[in-house]
Design a protein around this ligand. Structure first.
Ligand code: PMP
Length: 390
């Protein structure tokens, strides 16, 4: 059963084991690291640290091989059906990755009068780069139109019918998010391909899905998958862009001309190995169980409103797949105060406006985000504290 599968996995997170009095519920901000990732980074730095792509001595060759092997590892992890026709580019994280797609690729593709469709209610990192691309192009005398990919207030995912109305002969690109970082909703991006047709490139912000659930580039039928290592059990400062077909080589001209984050890459390879051994499908089932436990508990507490299922009783909102994130507000206590109160009972949550594009500071909320080390006891404890504040 899942509980006996989960227990030994939790035991592999040293920082979690060291603090039984605390509950780390901020995994959407960054994740904790299993021992295997820490070991892989240390092993790399103590056995073969060198620069990649240069030198002929064994450490340099080992580092080059590590980088190349990890590219293939990323492809395998993302269910790449044609790894010989795709590319993986290491970045500093999702923000850097989306910006790279925008600046190094999208701006070279678009011509005057072209249109792109991007989300306005997701993470700021998946809006600013596209607006910046518009500015860069405008300075070159190329005018593009940016259209808003609409999100449904009831279920927290994209509205395919509204999207269909935005798509036209000049649509050249769609940016989307796999799992919303505030609502926790699966945005049902597989529906986008059907609406836009086979030729429009789709770029997916997978910051909140990679490491949390199976992510298949083939099933989702997208052209770019961008994610952060630190949200998938690896270190900060490493991330990747997976690019379908031959789109990739235009990134970061010069190939090996810069030094990649090789220690980060060593950690990323270990994190993907660890996740694959644990099973992204089981991780999803585990955290989805905790997520429902929390949303069900919150729905019994009148003082709280859960975000992203505004009509919390609507069937479509309940049917929505929510795997690891629940965000809510207390009707009277400010979210900042609630964050402090929760920490006094050992619960580490995020309370602010979560870098959501199109929101103001006033709209703060408390976000609980889970990973494989979290337990039903932590959720029940949190609900007890929340109930005491009614
Ligand atoms: N997109 C989403 C959906 C996110 O949740 C985040 C991180 N909160 C980012 C992008 C940015 O990721 P990073 O800070 O690792 O660049």
């Amino acid at each position: 059963d899942l509980a006996s599968w989960q227990r030994p996995l939790r035991a592999q997170f040293p920082i979690i084991v060291a603090h039984p009095e605390l509950a780390y519920l901020d995994n959407a901000a960054t994740t904790q690291k299993p021992q295997a990732v820490l070991d892989a980074v240390q092993k790399y730095l103590t056995t073969s640290n060198a620069n990649a792509g240069r030198g002929t001595y064994p450490w340099a060759n080992a580092t080059t091989a590590l980088v190349e092997r990890t590219r293939e590892r990323v492809k395998g992890f993302l269910g790449d059906p044609a790894p010989d026709r795709s590319s993986v580019h290491f970045t500093a994280g999702t923000t850097d990755g989306l910006r790279t797609v925008a600046r190094d690729w999208l701006t070279t593709l678009l011509t005057d009068g072209d249109e792109i469709v991007v989300p306005y209610a997701d993470h700021q990192a998946n809006l600013s780069p596209w607006l910046e691309a518009r500015e860069l192009l405008a300075r070159q005398g190329v005018g593009i139109r940016v259209r808003e990919l609409p999100c449904q207030a009831t279920s927290g995912d994209y509205d395919p019918e509204a999207l269909a109305e935005l798509i036209g002969p000049r649509t050249r690109f769609v940016a989307a998010t796999h799992v919303h970082h505030v609502y926790g909703s699966d945005m049902n991006v597989h529906r986008i391909r059907r609406v836009v047709g086979p030729d429009v490139p789709i770029c997916l912000d997978a910051a909140q899905s990679v490491g949390h659930m199976p992510v298949s580039a083939a099933e989702l039928d997208v052209d770019f998958v961008v994610f952060s290592g630190h949200k998938a059990l690896a270190l900060p400062g490493i991330g990747a862009i997976w690019a379908r077909g031959t789109r990739g080589p235009r990134f970061r001209p010069g190939g090996w001309s810069g030094t990649p984050n090789t220690a980060g890459i060593a950690g990323l390879a270990a994190a993907l190995d660890w996740l694959e051994a644990a099973g992204p499908d089981r991780i999803e089932r585990w955290t989805a169980g905790l997520t429902s436990r929390l949303t069900d508990g919150l729905q019994r507490l009148d003082a709280y409103d859960v975000l992203g299922c505004r009509l919390s009783l609507a069937a479509e909102a309940r049917a929505q797949r929510r795997t690891s994130i629940v965000t809510f507000r207390h009707r009277e206590i400010s979210s900042g105060d609630l964050g402090f109160i929760l920490f006094s009972d050992g619960f580490m949550v995020r309370s602010d406006s979560h870098c959501q594009a199109g929101t103001s500071e006033k709209e703060e909320s408390v976000r609980v985000s889970l990973h494989v080390h979290n337990t039903p006891e932590e959720i029940d404890g949190l609900l007890t504290t929340l109930a005491s504040l009614q």
